[in-house]
Ligand binder design. Structure first.
Ligand SMILES: Cc1cc2nc3c(=O)[nH]c(=O)nc-3n(C[C@H](O)[C@H](O)[C@H](O)COP(=O)(O)O)c2cc1C
Length: 216
């Protein structure tokens, strides 16, 4: 990602960060300004984009989590409310949940914050591979099927899958720039995870993605 543009975006976000009201303080987490990736070029990021499954358990600093989420699905044009990833017909149906040791959160792209959904550590439920339970962050991509474009079930499945792919690739590129390990995953017990997350039937888990520092 272009460093100057990222800095502009970070300062816009930092300027726009609101202090949540006292009543909502326990449920709302305002993220710090996103961590600015170092000086890697787009070419370097593309060359280094890769799947890694060796995760160190240490948590990501908040500014790195903030940068990761902003890269994934942040609002990059506040004037129109549009995001870093495209969606078919701009339906913006993708929700990004964050499963960490201290609970399950929903990313609020408009406010660059997190809303706590649960205090339970659900990382192990986000996939069927052993590393998911100990890696610091598992993103769970969810499509609000009431918003997704398409007339038929097949079209809707295609659009929400395609839209998720752009978010995932943004995460891959952010991880490449920040020397983080990541793997996008479909190897999930989808009904069990939807139940654990308390999702209504109108919301569909599309993919999950683990992120963390690579094992030394
Ligand atoms: C839609 C999709 C689903 C995937 N599901 C899994 C998965 O469940 N578990 C896993 O370890 N890797 C999964 N992967 C990662 C692929 O195995 C990986 O991208 C592939 O081996 C190519 O490696 P690369 O990403 O380093 O190019 C998935 C990739 C995609 C695009």
């Amino acid at each position: 990602m272009d460093r100057r543009r990222f800095l502009v975006a970070a300062s816009v976000l930092a300027a726009g960060l609101g202090v949540p009201g006292q009543a909502a303080a326990q449920k709302r987490v305002t993220l710090p300004a996103p961590a600015v990736p170092g000086g890697k070029t787009l070419e370097e990021a593309l060359r280094q984009r890769q799947t890694r499954r060796d995760f160190d358990p240490r948590p990501l600093p908040d500014e790195v989590l903030s940068g990761l989420l902003w890269a994934a699905w942040g609002v990059n044009r506040p004037e129109s409310g549009k995001h870093t990833a495209p969606t078919a017909m701009n339906r913006q149906e993708i929700e990004v949940y964050v499963a960490k040791a201290d609970g399950l959160f929903l990313y609020d792209a408009k406010e660059q914050g997190l809303s706590r959904i649960s205090e339970t550590d659900m990382r192990a439920a986000t996939g069927l591979q052993s590393f998911v339970g100990t890696a610091p962050v598992n993103l769970v991509y969810v499509a609000d099927m009431t918003k997704v474009a398409g007339k038929t079930a097949e079209e809707k499945a295609f659009f929400c899958g395609a839209d998720t792919g752009f978010v995932s690739q943004n995460v891959y590129l952010y991880c490449a720039v920040m020397n983080l390990a990541t793997v996008v995953r479909a190897n999930i017990d989808f009904p069990a995870l939807a139940k654990a997350m308390g999702l209504p039937s109108t919301k569909r888990i599309t993919l999950a993605q683990t992120v963390g520092y690579p094992k030394a």
